[in-house]
Every structure is written in C-alpha cells, then in structure tokens.
Design a protein around this ligand. Structure first.
Ligand code: FES
Ligand code: FE2
Length: 336
C-alpha cells in the first residue's frame, strides 16, 4: 500500500497528537451538568467541582462502564447514574453506596484524569502529556480589544481538511462568493512565509474584498469594497489565526479551531478579537463570520475521507505554499 496514504488513514491514532491541546467545548457549556466530549476517537466526561475547577476523565465508569456524563453533580462530585459511585476532586472515588461501612475504597475505583484548562472562553483538553503550554494571544490581555465567542459545532469532515482550508485564500472567490469573495481577484501574488508573531507561522497578503450590506457591521465601512491587509498562519497541530486590518485601523482577529473528534468528523469553533468601539452587539459583528464559516462547512463536507499528508500526494501550486509547509510540519510532528 502507498505509505503516505496509509499514514494519513491512521491520522487520529498517532500518539504525538495526544500531547496537544484541543477545544472540546465552550466554557459556558459547563454549568450544572457534566458534559460528554469526544477527542481522537475516545469519549470523555468533563465537569466542574465545587471550587469551579475542571475535571476530565474517560466517559466509562470503572464499575460497569455506564456513561458518566449521564450522571449528576452533587456538591461538585460526579455521581454515576447506574449504581451511584461518586467521584470528587482529582477523580477520586469518595463513595460506593453498596459497600458496607468501613470497607476501604480500592485505588482502582478512582478515575484517571486528564489535563483540562479554560482559556479564551473555551475548554481545552489534552489526553497525553502537554507538549507545551497553550499560546498566549496578546489581544486577550489588551483592553482595546473585546473577545467574542461562538458555539462549538460538529462538522462532518476531517480536521486536517479544515486547517488546509483555513490557510488557503484561493478558494475565496469561489466558496465565498456569497459573502466577501464576490469579484475578488483570483490570482495570488507570490507568497512569502514568515513568523507572524511568536506562535503563528504563515503569510501576509492584501485583498480587495466585497463589502455587502451584511458585512458593514464587521468591516466598519459603508464602501462597496474594502481593502484588507491580512495574515494567515498556523500553530501546530491544528490551529489557524487569521487577522484582518482595515485602513481605519480596525483590527479583526479570528482564531479558527479544528478538533479531531474521529477520523472524519471534527468540532469547529472560532473566536474573534476586535479593537472596535464595542458599540455594535457581538452577535451582529459575528453574523458575517458565521455566514463565511457556513460556506466553508458546506464545501468541506463534500470532501470525503482523510487528507493525504505526504509531499507528493496532492498537486500543489505556488499559492498553496502555506498549506504545503503546514502539512510538512504536521507530518514531522505525527511521526516523531
Ligand atoms: S456503572 Fe457506575 S456505579 Fe456502576
Ligand atoms: Fe473559507
């Protein structure tokens, strides 16, 4: 069998992928009930204990494998819905209702927990040993910017195909003809790859984008078209950051997050930071970005199976330079 194809087929089983952070939910999704999430083909339960600290464990109860996310929270402890075993801080089993008084709880009854953090309004899970801390975006601590979150969606496409798309600008005039891409120049000038900041590697470019009625809240301009200075870059394995700077000085930063749920389905969410005057309601600002995301989803869900990562597996042109480099680095990472 073609080795490249074989490698990409087993993408989600690659051990090194486990050592990175992935978005699995919004912070606001975790309220009074535990939630179930799936990452790299494994199911997990996440809940907040009485101090608000996050706990993540495998979804199956160690007793008879009941799904723990169907349980309830009592004083921050997770109670299994099947026989009431109760799990507290660090996943420790603190009560087995059927046990006679004084019988000690064996260590095998405790849950093995995983690294889970909350940052940028999102819940990030790492099911291996975190390779590095999650990047710090300067906009998050800059008071001239506001952050806008949106829901976590499930897309029926491999996460690798999403990242490839988010780094690619040549689909704009085609896939995004219903939003900002109408009439956009199809030719892309020579692309130079560089570090855009400490954490993202990619390229800078200028576009003249359509500015239809629905885009005016986002662009802050009434003109028919707007000049955008843009950057697009990646942070391994699967995060993309795109920035748009308008002539007015308005900056619109988009973090595009693709999480491999299994081989061909993914979570998707995006986060916006903007240095506007905060006068336009968040929902109105992001409705245009939502429409753009929807155009990508419709296209991407037509692409079947995993994306081959090998250098010669796909045909590339000059404008694919960034995605080719991202694929090269990703292939190195998963074969570490
Ligand atoms: S399966 Fe969870 S307590 Fe029995
Ligand atoms: Fe797109």
């Amino acid at each position: 069998m073609d080795r490249t194809h074989n490698d990409s087929e087993r993408f989600i089983d690659k051990q090194p992928l486990k050592n990175y952070w992935y978005v699995v939910a919004l912070g606001n999704d975790l309220g009074l009930n535990p939630i179930s999430v799936k990452l790299l083909n494994e199911d997990f339960v996440i809940w907040r204990d009485s101090d608000g600290d996050l706990i993540a464990a495998k979804e199956k109860c160690p007793h008879r494998q009941a799904p723990l996310s169907h349980g309830s929270l009592e004083n921050g402890c997770l109670v299994c819905p099947y026989h009431g075993w109760t799990f507290g801080k660090s996943g420790k089993c603190v009560n087995i209702p059927s046990s006679a008084d004084g019988v000690p709880i064996s260590s095998r009854s405790h849950l093995k927990t995983f690294d889970v953090i909350e940052k940028y309004g999102l819940i990030w899970l790492c099911i291996g040993k975190p390779d590095k801390p999650l990047f710090d975006l300067k906009e998050e601590s800059d008071s001239s910017f506001r952050r806008i979150n949106t829901e976590v969606q499930k897309w029926k496409v491999a996460a690798t195909r999403m990242v490839d798309n988010f780094l690619d600008i040549t689909h704009f005039p085609y896939v995004h003809s219903g939003t900002f891409g109408a009439g956009q120049e199809t030719k892309v000038p020579n692309i130079t790859l560089e570090f855009l900041d400490d954490d993202f590697f990619g390229y800078r470019y200028e576009v003249l984008a359509a500015n239809p009625e629905e885009a005016k809240n986002t662009s802050g301009s009434d003109e028919e078209t707007v000049e955008r200075s843009m950057t697009s870059g990646f942070n391994l394995p699967l995060t993309v950051k795109s920035t748009i700077t308008y002539k007015s000085g308005l900056e619109h930063v988009i973090l595009l997050l693709s999480t491999p749920v299994d081989e061909t389905s993914s979570y998707f969410t995006f986060v916006i930071w903007r240095n506007d005057d905060f006068s336009i309601p968040a929902e109105e600002v992001i409705s245009f970005d939502r429409a753009i995301g929807e155009e990508d989803r419709v296209m991407l869900e037509k692409l079947n199976g995993v994306m081959p990562l090998g250098k010669t597996a796909l045909v590339n042109v000059q404008s694919d330079k960034a995605t080719v480099e991202w694929r090269r680095q990703l292939l190195n990472l998963i074969n570490e």
